[in-house]
Design a binder for this molecule. Structure first.
Ligand SMILES: [Zn+2]
Length: 410
């Protein structure tokens, strides 16, 4: 059994055009017009297969094969179709189009019972600044009150965007996980590891956990010309030193990562010494203990820098997620499948979190990576070699066929 390569590439090329920023990467936010166009395209294809389509109150989608049998557990494949602003053409949508191609191939072979394709809504957090919103509702992490807490930067709530869905509809969103045999997400790596090692396929072992701290520094604002360098209490200079210190602490050890991704200063004027600086530092690793250790070391370093500079500092931990080990049995299955097909695959960790991680808390979950050229993602240059895209989709087909017992029933 083989996927139809042309058909898959045609889907990817067609969907690439559904962007708010033509020529400048793909910008397709959930609940927007381009998201709608992409949905219509995918629903059209699914209808041709005779699939039934279920859209929940959050606009997560489940596309079910017509031959699905009542009472049999389902294997679910999928990912997301939304993007960041000026993002790439493969992130998320590659897993969705590959899943669609698997449905078609199995349909052509009159197989594919108990198989579903899922499209998770609002994975990137482009609207509300919170990632994996759709899958968080599916897994019960988010519930009805969160509809009003999640707001766009214009202050529009998720509830308003969804046109005030009734509580009963929201209550229907979480999945009945006793009905899920396995969840499979095929995704681009978004990092450089596979390419550097010359490997076409990655099998995800552990998803990095993370902790985030918010640091508020307060110094003294003053005239940028009339204040001598000596005796200044410059909050931004202190922040810069803290951020570089965090980098220096974590960098030599290889695996863990620390990032200061957000900073704001007051008064933010070219001719005033910054009085206050607010920034975040997040630390990620596969081990919770390592994350906590680095967090403590960074906090200690920040306090000592601030003390030396006469700067006030307040540190708050704002969010965290635990590292997540994916299903051992499924990893083993994927590993043997790769070996039997002579595909050199790497069992590796994922530094990024994906929708599958939300499902992994409740059902057997596997993630497959294909290489990203130059390790780049979330940018218009995001790309993967065609042969790797096709091989990844073929791998998904064989895995799905195996898990749904399609091979045996044939
Ligand atoms: Zn993604």
């Amino acid at each position: 059994m083989k996927i139809n390569e042309k058909r898959l590439l045609a889907d990817l090329t067609a969907l690439r055009e559904f962007t708010d920023t033509p020529g400048k990467g793909v910008t397709r936010f959930s609940y927007g017009a381009q998201d709608q166009r992409a949905r219509e395209y995918l629903f059209g294809e699914a209808n041709q297969l005779g699939c039934s389509i279920k859209v929940d109150a959050l606009k997560n989608v489940r596309i079910m094969m017509p031959q699905n049998m009542e009472g049999r557990k389902r294997v679910v494949m999928g990912s997301h179709i939304d993007t960041v602003r000026n993002g790439g053409w493969l992130d998320g949508i590659y897993g969705v189009t590959s899943g669609l191609e698997v449905l078609r191939t199995l349909k052509d072979a009159e197989l594919g019972k108990n198989l579903e394709l899922v499209i998770f809504a609002e994975e990137e957090g482009s609207n509300f600044g919170s990632t994996m919103t759709g899958s968080k509702f599916i897994s019960g992490i988010y519930t009805e009150p969160d509809l009003e807490k999640l707001k766009t930067d214009k202050g529009i709530t998720l509830k308003e965007i969804l046109q005030n869905p009734p509580p009963e509809a929201i209550a229907q969103v979480p999945w009945d996980f006793s009905q899920i045999e396995a969840m499979l997400e095929l995704h681009i790596e978004q990092g450089p590891v596979l390419e550097q090692e010359g490997l076409p396929l990655g099998i995800v072992d552990t998803i990095f956990g993370m902790k985030v701290m918010e640091v508020e520094l307060s110094g003294t604002g003053n005239h940028a010309g009339a204040s001598p360098m000596e005796g200044r209490r410059d909050a931004l200079c202190a922040a810069a030193e803290c951020i570089v210190a965090a980098e220096s602490l974590v960098k030599p050890h290889g695996r863990a990562v620390a990032t200061a991704g957000k900073i704001s200063i007051r008064p933010d004027c070219s001719n005033v010494i910054p009085e206050s600086a607010l920034f975040t530092i997040e630390v990620r690793d596969r081990e919770e203990e390592t994350i906590s250790r680095y967090m403590e070391q960074i906090k200690e370093e920040i306090r000592s820098i601030c003390q030396r500079r006469g700067i006030g500092c307040q540190i708050r931990e704002t969010s965290q997620s635990k590292p997540l080990a994916l299903d051992r049995e499924l990893i083993g299955k994927m590993d043997s499948l790769a070996q039997s097909r002579n595909i050199p695959a790497k069992i590796m960790d994922s530094g990024a979190v994906h929708d599958a991680c939300m499902i992994a808390k409740h059902a057997k979950t596997g993630m497959i990576f294909v290489p990203s050229i130059g390790g780049r993602s979330h940018v218009p240059q995001e790309n993967t070699r065609e042969e790797h895209l096709l091989q990844g989709a073929q791998f998904l087909l064989e895995l799905a066929a195996d898990l749904t017992g399609a091979e045996e029933n044939h």
